[in-house]
Design a protein around this ligand. Structure first.
Ligand SMILES: Cc1ncc(COP(=O)(O)O)c(C=O)c1O
Length: 396
């Protein structure tokens, strides 16, 4: 970080590969496609590492699709999720020949059919079913309940499948669901799977046959030594239940979460009767998970020299919000100039960053063995307002 500056995201290539291979090896010889969820970390260097492993991708926007292609990914291995696909993104996705549209509503199905017919093409589709299963995760990242905006209930799904199977511009390919993120218990996954399998049986009785089942992402990572899901055990139970059906999986967090850290420097130490604050140069605009989800990331002192002041520190940033914290009540021995690593920050870290308080977004670095290099430049101050235009309302 001395040469790249601070704050900074650092990713480990070998950890990304290790995590992806855990999924790959668990499938053994069962037909499958791993579609990495680009939203978790969309840096093209990350996507390129995964593309080289043969990964597919789960995208939710045209921007993500273009990133995948720029990174050397294969559009024919992409599934397109998201509740609000516009006409242009559908058109482009068809031109690129994506693997499947994960359709989230009746209106969207009609739009995809309309765009495909105007291009005289056939769109491959899967219907995203909302299984109404509680994922026991933070409400903001729970997606499989009827109260959530995602997918459709099984009755609507059935009528959408009937409609799609009678259309010349739609090809029924699969069925998908995604019940939420940071799930640390197998049971909601298996419950959702059972609901999906019931619907697949119903479809068969209507003579509608699918080629793949997409079980979404959602596998949790260990932020604070909590126990998470054994991926092999999870995929084995899925394989046992689905017969010969091809399985698609959309992991995001579990591929990149523990492959990244966020490094920040202590600028000031400030103590009062009640609290001790380590004021650092990184902030909620760089890593919003603690403020947004009250999430816990371990904070580890880099180059621990055991000088400084031992205390229970709140690690807070320069942004003018009391919600601007990266960690609370951490027992550390700190002095000004120390670097702190905020651990397990590879997923939903940089991608959720913003320019709030006119702070340039930070740099990203990839490490592989002893090699390290910049994979995203730190933004400049000038770039923050280069798209802005003065409003001239004076009449001359
Ligand atoms: C449709 C879909 N698939 C996959 C994912 C990835 O989830 P995770 O990062 O928890 O694996 C998400 C994220 O919320 C999603 O919305």
């Amino acid at each position: 970080m001395h040469s790249y500056g601070s704050p900074l995201y650092i990713y480990s290539k070998s950890q990304i590969e290790f995590n992806w291979n855990l999924f790959e090896q668990s499938f053994e010889s069962h037909p499958h496609l791993i579609c990495y969820a680009v939203k978790a970390n969309s840096n093209i260097a990350v996507l390129n590492i995964l593309a080289k492993l043969g990964s597919g991708f789960d995208i939710v926007s045209l921007g993500e699709l273009e990133r995948v292609i720029a990174a050397g990914g294969d559009p024919r291995k992409c599934v397109f999720s998201g509740v609000a696909k516009n006409e242009n993104s559908i058109k482009k996705a068809l031109e690129y020949g994506i693997y499947c549209f994960n359709v989230e509503s009746e209106d969207e199905l009609a739009r995809i059919e309309f765009v495909a017919s105007s291009m005289n093409m056939t769109a491959p589709i899967s219907i995203r079913v909302n299984p109404n299963v509680d994922a026991n995760t933070h409400p903001y990242i729970s997606t499989g309940l009827t109260e959530n905006k995602f997918g459709v209930g099984s009755d609507i799904a059935l009528s959408m499948y009937k409609k799609a199977s009678s259309s010349t511009h739609l090809k029924v390919c699969g069925l998908d669901y995604h019940i939420g993120s940071q799930i640390t218990d197998l049971s909601p996954f298996l419950e959702a799977l059972d609901r999906a399998l019931e619907l697949i049986e119903k479809l068969k009785s209507e003579n509608i046959f699918i080629n793949h089942l997409d079980i979404g992402g959602g596998v949790g990572v260990s932020y604070n030594q909590e126990k998470t899901i054994d991926i092999k055990e999870y995929l084995n139970s899925v394989i046992e239940r689905v017969g010969s059906l091809k399985i698609l999986v959309e992991p995001g967090r579990s591929i990149v979460g523990d492959a990244g850290i966020f490094v920040t420097k202590v600028e000031y130490l400030k103590q009062n009767d009640l609290k001790s604050f380590a004021i650092v140069d990184g902030a909620m605009n760089d890593l919003i998970r603690p403020s947004l989800y009250d999430s816990h990331h371990q904070a580890v002192l880099i180059d621990n020299n055991s000088r400084g002041i031992n205390d229970e520190w709140d690690i807070v940033g320069p942004v003018c919000e009391s919600a601007d914290f990266l960690a609370k009540n951490r027992n550390l021995t700190l002095e000004k100039g120390d670097y702190i690593a905020i651990m397990t920050a590879g997923a939903y870290g940089f991608v959720l960053s913003s320019n709030y308080n006119s702070r340039p977004r930070v740099a990203e670095v990839m490490v592989s063995g002893i090699k390290h290099s910049l994979v995203r430049k730190r933004e400049t101050i000038e770039s923050l307002f280069e798209n802005e235009i003065l409003f001239e309302d004076e009449t001359h």
